[in-house]
Design a protein around this ligand. Structure first.
Ligand code: NOJ
Length: 740
């Protein structure tokens, strides 16, 4: 449709029709052949809202979606198709590593491919929009949703935000196998106070703009069709009713002209925040802020027509929102083909196809981060290895945001090991969770989520432990597969103690008593306090929630077929008392100098180090690299010039490997306090043993810009420190001057 045709369509729609475009209902409202009536009435959703609604959340499958769309169109006065939306986060049916794991790849291009594959599977299943990527910057591992983010660094998050949006959408969402992306949660949702989900966010405007907003902007610049509001307040006003945030910042400054959707029930929550007195006020405020679609409350359908007729809300506001929604439908080509890619035959062909599984395997292996290795990895084949722990043969490693992926499709570690080394032994060792862990609200740990195969459930924890200790005593090397339950991280999973469940720590201790060669393979959605493990284990490999091909990828890395290359996208704290800990903190007036512990009046803890246990950017491979001192081709530049910063990287180990060389910059003095360092660029270098290569970074004015005291994004003349190395603690630095 042309813009004029869309305008004409809008002009011919009744107010009710326009307002209901702004309404979203759950798939359950459209049961089978006809629009369901009984339960809807019970839930207070009038028939008209269902008949005219603009979009659906959670209906999927080509056959179902086509049926719903067909029936719906027969009753829609203007034959305006429904939009079908769902959270397709780290995959649809083929599950890729969780986003935090994808961040660890430091390879946005890989995430672009994962998003593209996920879009293809989702599209043939009838979906038009995915609620991804989640680009919230995260610093507090107590917050369970860190697993949905790519980490603590704005630069890295921007790269992933852009890549994922482009991966889902391609150049044109009308094309086959593309879905519209939704950048979320705007804004600052990743900074809930004390890491408690849905809690208040307290950010200065400076910090919000400097650290948190760039990744949303990157998604918007990449053309994201949709943005989702966040649950939190910004400067005391819930984001979903925050005019300044939505109208001035998102639409005005960022130039976003797509569809803005509320998060689930977030419009209604403005009442519980204490901003709005009732649903009517909530409808008005959210509409005034520019929220186009109400996810799941029915508030718009209930109140907006009356608010317009009473002259409280101008109809132009409704027209604006409805037109944006119609425009999105048009961009997806739904007026010409309301079923888009929904196709039962294609579902069979595309979903879980070999190419997607291969990609899942590659992405998982690249997401793993080796934190420690005292010569035990890679494993030698046929050397009496015992794989012990609740993840040794457990398919539930998809992460909590993959409700379409099924455990039946997952390759477990045991299955993958048996393809590699038939002599390995396996035992579960312990349940994933002891009776002390409560997953409140999660259907009280239904048996099928605890990970244990049915036969194991009949055995006591003591029996499992005894069997594991016996197996460990017999083995040359133990690979202990432990970590969080997949439901311990994700939405509404804040934890004050970020530790491996106690029952598994007991297994760890007992196994270590009988065998010194313990490799820990850690499954987790968040950084954990792993001090004890890091102290005692000979090797630690973080595998996050690796996805459908997790088993194969783990064996690829443990066996040495693939060398680990992942780097932490989020610091692993020394202990929970240190969070939020992140490498790019602002300089203080009393910086602590490590080793000068007698210097009392410094910004430090008395009982623990300032730095995390494992810093941002850290991750080892199976070989070692040396990095030469930083060199610059000049020591002065003007804003129009550039400086080349170089290091020579050499593989000084015995195996081939890939290193990610990271470039950090510090602004020595500026009109506002600057972070102690900021990641500005990185490069991956693959080197054979003995091989050396020069890595050259081109530093331009863009790398030196920041939010100045005047509120402008620009550089200020003066001195800069540039560091290059293999993680964020590198002290390999040089200085240069940005001249006027
Ligand atoms: C609530 C979550 O906060 C959001 O991320 C998600 O997209 C919606 N629910 C829809 O599932």
């Amino acid at each position: 449709m042309t813009t004029q045709e869309l305008q004409d369509l809008l002009g011919s729609m009744s107010l009710e029709e326009k307002v209901n475009q702004m309404n979203q209902l759950a798939g359950g409202f459209f049961a089978g052949d006809v629009v369901a009536m009984g339960p809807l009435q019970e839930m207070g959703v009038p028939e008209e809202s269902v008949r005219l609604t603009g979009s659906v959340l959670g209906a999927l499958g080509a056959e179902t979606v086509k049926k719903i769309q067909k029936n719906f169109l027969e009753n829609q006065p203007h034959r305006i198709p429904l939009l079908f939306m769902l959270d397709v986060i780290n995959g649809f049916k083929t599950i890729f590593p969780i986003p935090l794991g994808q961040g660890a790849t430091f390879e946005p291009e890989l995430s672009r491919r994962c998003a593209q594959a996920a879009a293809k599977e989702a599209a043939v299943s009838g979906l038009h929009v995915t609620f991804a990527p989640m680009v919230d910057l995260v610093r507090d591992a107590r917050w369970g949703r860190v697993m949905e983010s790519t980490g603590e660094d704005p630069y890295l998050n921007c790269l992933f935000s852009r890549a994922m949006v482009e991966g889902f959408q391609g150049d044109d969402i009308k094309e086959p196998y593309r879905v519209a992306a939704c950048v979320k949660h705007f804004a600052g949702y990743g900074a809930p106070t004390a890491g408690r989900d849905y809690n208040t966010v307290e950010l200065s405007e400076h910090t919000l703009r400097e650290f948190y907003l760039p990744s949303y902007r990157a998604g918007v610049d990449a053309g994201a069709a949709m943005v989702m509001t966040s649950f939190n307040t910004i400067d005391g006003v819930p984001a979903t009713a925050n005019r300044w945030l939505m109208r001035d910042v998102l639409r005005g400054e960022m130039g976003f002209d797509g569809v803005l959707i509320s998060d689930w029930a977030a419009i209604e929550e403005t009442i519980y925040h204490g901003l709005c007195a009732d649903r009517r006020e909530a409808a008005r405020r959210a509409a005034e802020a520019g929220v186009d679609i109400d996810m799941m409350t029915g508030i718009y359908s209930e109140h907006l027509c009356a608010l317009v007729r009473e002259g409280v809300v101008p109809e132009a506001l409704i027209d604006e929102a409805a037109l944006r929604i119609l425009t999105l439908k048009n961009k997806l080509g739904l007026f010409e083909n309301p079923y888009k890619d929904a196709d039962e035959e294609k579902e069979k062909e595309v979903i879980l196809c070999a190419a997607h599984r291969e990609l899942a395997r590659e992405a998982a292996a690249k997401s793993f981060v080796l934190l420690k290795n005292e010569g035990v990895l890679p494993l030698a084949k046929g050397k009496k290895t015992a794989f012990i722990g609740p993840y040794a043969d457990n398919p539930r490693m998809l992460g909590s945001w993959s409700f379409i992926g099924s455990p039946e499709d997952v390759v477990t570690v045991r299955q993958a090991v048996s393809e590699w080394d038939e002599s390995a032994v396996f035992c579960e060792g312990s349940p994933l969770l002891g009776p002390d862990v409560k997953l409140e609200g999660f259907m009280e740990r239904p048996a099928e989520t605890d990970g244990a195969p049915a036969k194991e459930k009949e055995r006591s924890a003591e029996e499992m432990l005894a069997e594991a200790v016996a197996a460990a005593a017999e083995a040359e090397t133990v690979v202990l597969m432990i970590g969080e339950h997949y439901l311990q991280s994700g939405e509404a999973t804040s934890n004050a103690n970020i530790q491996i469940p106690q029952i598994q720590m007991e297994l760890f201790e007992k196994v270590c008593e009988v065998n010194e060669q313990v490799v820990v393979v850690l499954f987790t959605g968040r950084p954990l306090d792993i001090r004890r493990i890091s102290e005692k284990a000979k090797a630690v490999l973080v595998v996050w929630m690796p996805g459908t091909e997790g088993g194969h990828a783990i064996v690829d890395v443990l066996s040495g077929a693939v060398s680990p290359t992942g780097k932490l996208p989020m610091s692993f704290p020394y202990c929970v008392g240190q969070v939020p800990v992140h490498y790019n903190e602002y300089s203080t007036g009393r910086p602590h100098v490590p080793g000068k512990d007698k210097d009392r009046f410094r910004s430090k803890y008395l009982d623990i180090p300032n730095g995390p246990l494992y810093p941002f950017g850290f991750g080892m491979g199976y070989t070692r690299f040396s990095v030469s001192p930083v060199e610059t081709d000049r020591t002065r530049m003007t804003a129009g010039e550039c400086i080349h910063v170089s290091v020579r990287v050499k593989n000084v180990g015995d195996l081939p490997g890939t290193e990610t060389v990271q470039l950090y910059i510090r602004d020595i003095a500026a009109s506002v306090v600057r972070p102690v360092r900021e990641l500005k660029q990185f490069q991956k270098v693959a080197l054979a043993p003995g091989e050396e290569r020069e890595v050259v970074f081109t530093v331009t004015n863009e790398d030196l810009c920041f939010l100045t005291a005047d509120g402008r994004w620009e550089s200020e003349p003066g001195e800069f420190e540039v560091s290059a190395g293999t993680d964020s603690t590198t002290v390999n630095s040089a200085r240069f001057v940005l001249a006027e």
